[in-house]
Design a protein around this ligand. Structure first.
Ligand code: NDP
Length: 247
């Protein structure tokens, strides 16, 4: 079953925007969809105008001081039901990719946006996720109960790294996976599911126009995968089409 409420970072374009659109169309889909942006795009603005289910949240994911305010904003809407699903989707791929060009700033920016921010934002949202989980004591983990989904990438897999390069991006997502794994261990007794997701190679600004799949295919498959997540997927690293990725 889909979550009743979902919070997605980085919805201005790309995968985040398409997730919002497809959650809106989903049968028995969420009542509340929180969508973050930095400088709002016309497309996100149009989607938000089309439905009262969409709640826009202005958020730079590395603005840690703003997290309590964002949590209060969400709490004001979801109340005692808590938040069912957090998707840390915002991410960055620094343009200097090879050994000769990578800079300290590329490494720091990628690490901060792709690993530090999702970890600390998940921590900030935990009280709301736990509240939702506690409403279904004893139930199996699921996005309908409570889940934190970290948008990772297969290029963060050390085992699958045969191409080299991409220093900042690869390293930051490998670190994100490790942070997610620790979270899954620390949250073992909470009923909150945590996992890392690879969305595929997708036609977005980050993924390139000739990437393998469209945002529509990516998000439709991810929504199917999300609906089926259960206890067995806690701490897992999965592709959008529900195949496992080696660490
Ligand atoms: P895009 O570059 O198209 O979109 C990224 C989104 O993240 C934008 O909305 C952007 O906001 C937001 N964002 C970036 N940095 C920040 C920040 N500091 N604070 C707040 N928001 C921020 O990327 P995709 O949609 O392709 O990627 C989404 C996720 O999927 C990423 O985590 C990416 O690593 C992952 N992924 C993508 C793949 C692909 O092939 N596309 C493959 C594997 C993983 P703004 O519009 O304001 O710039």
């Amino acid at each position: 079953m889909p979550p009743k409420s979902v919070f997605i970072t980085g919805c201005n374009r790309g995968i985040g925007l398409e997730l919002v659109k497809q959650f809106l169309k989903q049968e028995n889909g969420p009542t509340h969809i929180f969508a973050t942006y930095r400088k709002i795009s016309d497309e996100l603005s149009e989607v938000a105008k089309s439905s009262p289910k969409v709640h826009l949240v202005e958020m730079e994911v590395t603005d840690y001081n703003k997290f309590p305010e964002v949590v209060r904003q969400v709490e004001a809407v979801v109340g005692s039901e808590g938040l069912n699903c957090l998707i840390n989707n915002a991410g960055v791929l620094p343009k200097n990719r090879d050994l000769d060009s990578v800079t300290p700033e590329d490494m720091r920016q990628a690490f901060e946006v792709n690993c530090v921010a999702p970890l600390l934002f998940t921590r900030a949202m935990l009280p709301l996720l736990k509240k939702a989980a506690d409403l279904q004591p004893g139930a199996e983990r699921s996005v309908r109960r409570a889940a934190a989904i970290e948008m990772s990438t297969a290029v963060g897999s050390i085992a699958e790294n045969s191409g080299g390069g991409l220093y900042a991006y690869r390293s930051s997502k490998t670190a994100l996976n490790q942070a997610m794994k620790s979270l899954s261990v620390d949250l073992a007794n909470t009923g909150v599911l945590v996992m890392s997701m690879h969305p595929g190679w997708v036609q977005t600004e980050m993924g390139a126009p000739n990437a393998l799949i469209t945002t529509e295919t990516c998000c439709s498959e991810m929504l199917t995968l999300l609906k089926g997540l259960a206890d067995k997927d806690h701490g897992a690293f999965l592709r959008y089409n529900n195949t496992s990725i080696p660490w």
